[in-house]
Write a protein that binds this ligand. Structure first.
Ligand SMILES: C[S@@+](CC[C@H](N)C(=O)[O-])C[C@H]1O[C@@H](n2cnc3c(N)ncnc32)[C@H](O)[C@@H]1O
Length: 276
């Protein structure tokens, strides 16, 4: 009998960013041209992105204490904690058990363990935030569920990347199609009240990730595999053969870390939608 997938899991990639790289935030960030393309640069860019979103959210709220926010795909909860510190009535939502643990330490009793598309909310929110989480939510259910969760006139704030109509191959696999996303927003009762293309500001994260992987991860693998090749050449050949598909996949993933290809196929967009 096959094992069924557990409904909620601990995402290992997100845990690697958090525990190994020390990244509290799980988004691309916003860069300026002279930011160093290093791990420290990523942290500065991520803080800048968060400040940008917080300023936009503050501009929508007359009274933060009366503004109920649902941070959908809240990650480790840094953004929720910042908004809470600014007086907002914030709750976080994520299907990830590891994120639940960290979030609960920051803001106890304000976390929903759920996939947004299946979330049954007992209350209505003034603002639903999706910071780089919209891409994980099935697009056909996203706006209908947001509509259900929001008060009349409430706002849906989305910051994420989207693919253009002709994106294909590996790069075309992630992100919603922008044209479909905007059509569904309209069909499901939302108006775009603000939009900004932030591709130029966000895409340098890919350059930083590529530099990091080439410098630390690939170099470490090369050093250790060289040693094995010298001492146990037959074992080395067997391991290379056994892992050939994974190795090829790893190199293909590196192709995704190309900011120019990203900008040709995708747009990183900031949107404010209003429930019509
Ligand atoms: C790239 S992280 C962004 C985290 C955080 N918003 C930030 O800006 O740092 C994507 C987030 O979406 C969450 N997520 C994935 N699928 C989801 C779903 N179906 N419903 C809600 N959140 C989801 C992940 O667990 C994670 O918290």
């Amino acid at each position: 009998m096959g094992r069924s997938k557990p409904e909620f899991r601990k995402d290992r990639a997100l845990r690697f960013y958090y525990d190994v790289l020390g990244l509290d935030r799980l988004h691309y960030g916003m860069w300026v041209d002279n930011d160093p393309r290093t791990l420290d640069g990523v942290k500065v860019a991520q803080k800048r992105y968060e400040d940008f979103l917080v300023t936009e959210i503050q501009s929508l709220a007359k009274d933060p204490a009366k503004t109920r926010v649902l941070d959908v795909g809240c990650g480790s909860g840094v953004m929720s904690e910042t908004l809470f510190g600014k007086g907002f009535d914030v709750e976080g939502l994520s299907p990830d058990l590891f994120q639940q643990e960290i979030f609960e330490k920051r803001l106890p009793g304000r976390f929903h363990l759920a996939r947004f598309q299946y979330f049954n909310s007992s209350k209505e929110y003034d603002l639903v935030l999706m910071s780089e989480s919209a891409q994980y939510i099935p697009v056909k259910q996203l706006f209908a569920k947001a509509y259900e969760c929001l008060k009349p006139g409430g706002h849906l704030v989305v910051c994420d990347y989207f693919k253009n109509d002709y994106a294909s191959g590996l790069i075309g696999k992630s992100g919603h199609k922008l044209s479909t996303f905007l059509k569904l927003a309209k069909d499901d009762g939302f108006l775009v009240t603000k939009e900004k293309d932030v591709t130029h500001e966000t895409s340098p994260t890919l350059d930083a990730a590529k530099i990091f992987i080439e410098k630390y991860i690939l170099t470490s693998i090369e050093i250790f595999s060289d040693k094995l090749r010298e001492r146990r050449p037959r074992l080395f050949k067997i391991i290379m053969w056994l892992f050939r598909k994974r190795i090829a996949k790893g190199y293909r993933i590196l192709e995704l870390l190309d900011s120019e290809a990203f900008a040709k196929n995708k747009k990183y967009m900031f949107f404010i939608f209003q429930k019509n």
